[in-house]
Write a protein that binds this ligand. Structure first.
Ligand SMILES: [Zn+2]
Length: 391
């Protein structure tokens, strides 16, 4: 009787697990290979501003109901496989009861929540400058809506004072803590006696919340709604806040609000690996016009747990393009690597710069040394890192 060792992958835990197999035949004894257990790892993706202008939801109205799934059909393969998928939902989902609206005080159809969940998002930020656009009631309706989809957690808004400011979750044996803050609410004040409704940037309060959450998790992620709109680089305020977050031992910062891509930076920390800061992920979906606002980026981070520590094993950005056609129809988010010249010719926004090459150049210029990812989830593809071999 021979005893052999067979290795199979435990897909739930991303671990190679040795299993002992007993066979009846008399195969000569071979040395049993020693298999090092693979460390646990988690993949995190994060999408930027999901900004629902009136034309976006009008274009999605089919026979009296809003059908949003097609908007994301080409980008879903880059979201769904991730262990944790974050999105900045710029607008409240108060729904028809409050009257739907686009710019400047947005209120988005509630049907979007099921779509975002179906696409694979499970962490939704609502601490934005638009959270108070339609008042406290629409904000509370948004929270009630998410409460009915328990697999999705929302960040940055709270229904009650004693609700925890952050979200803690465990994936593949790694504990994550999430917090979210916004610089403001467009002059529509958060009621003075209900400051918990929207988490505003306030260093004293942030230090308290971050320091309290830090010992409870392996990886601390902070979502920041900050910076100046349409600026291709972070400003001094963002840099100062990033340094403050690094001092408080934050591991990853997911930045958004400028509607354009901004650089990715490694901010030094005392005694540990640098903090990874995505200053701005740009727009994920919008009806904005400037070409720079049509280029977004999905942050990708692979986090690994070793015996004694947790470490960022890999990170990069998957560039995306918001596509829409004549008279603001046929909205779709595409991965940049599959955005063809033929599609660019159909785009509502025209002009000499409107070519897929423009986005490639722009993305490379802004992201500098940051790894541009083709499809980090397509393990069969040798070129999952770098540019699309087919383009
Ligand atoms: Zn914003």
């Amino acid at each position: 009787m021979a005893v052999g060792v067979l290795i199979y992958l435990d897909y739930d835990n991303n671990k190679a697990v040795p299993a002992i197999v007993i066979s009846e035949d008399t195969v000569p004894e071979e040395p049993i290979p020693i298999v090092e257990p693979q460390p646990d790892f988690v993949t995190l993706v994060a999408a930027g501003d999901n900004l629902f202008h009136t034309v976006v939801y009008n274009a999605s109205l089919i026979e009296q109901s809003y059908v949003f799934d097609p908007l994301y059909e080409y980008i879903k393969p880059y979201i769904e496989p991730a262990d944790i998928a974050f999105i900045n939902q710029e607008t409240v989902l108060g729904g028809a009861a409050f009257g739907l609206s686009g710019y400047p005080q947005f209120n988005t159809p509630q049907e979007l929540a099921q779509t975002l969940s179906a696409v694979g998002f499970d962490m939704v930020n609502h601490a934005t400058n638009h959270s108070m656009d339609r008042g406290e009631a629409a904000l509370r309706a948004t929270m009630t809506l998410w409460d009915s989809i328990p697999q999705v957690k929302y960040l940055g808004i709270r229904a009650e004072q004693d609700q925890e400011p952050g979200v803690v979750l465990e994936k593949n044996n790694i504990i994550f803590g999430f917090l979210a803050y916004t610089y403001g609410t467009n002059g529509l004040a958060v009621p003075a006696d209900k400051q918990y409704l929207v988490s505003l940037i306030n260093r004293e309060k942030m230090a308290e919340e971050i320091d309290a959450l830090r010992p409870r998790c392996d990886v601390l992620v902070v979502s920041m709604h900050w910076g100046e709109e349409y600026q291709p680089h972070q400003n001094a305020g963002q840099e100062a806040l990033a340094a403050f977050l690094a001092e408080h031992k934050v591991d990853i910062v997911l930045g958004h609000h400028p509607h354009v891509l901004q650089p990715v930076a490694l901010i030094p920390r005392d005694g540990s690996e640098p903090m990874l800061c995505f200053y701005s992920l740009g727009n994920f979906l919008s009806a904005q016009k400037p070409l720079a606002t049509l280029l977004g980026g999905i942050a990708y981070v692979k986090i690994q747990k070793f015996e004694s520590h947790v470490s960022i094993a890999e990170y990069g950005v998957i560039p995306t393009v918001t596509h829409y056609e004549k008279n603001y129809t046929n909205f779709r988010v595409y991965p940049l690597h599959s955005y063809s010249e033929d599609l660019a010719l159909l785009h509502e926004q025209t002009g000499p710069a409107m070519q897929s090459g423009y986005f490639n150049t722009q993305g490379t210029a802004l992201l500098g040394d940051v790894q541009i990812l083709y499809n980090p989830f397509d393990l069969r593809n040798e070129n999952s890192v770098g540019t699309d071999p087919a383009s």
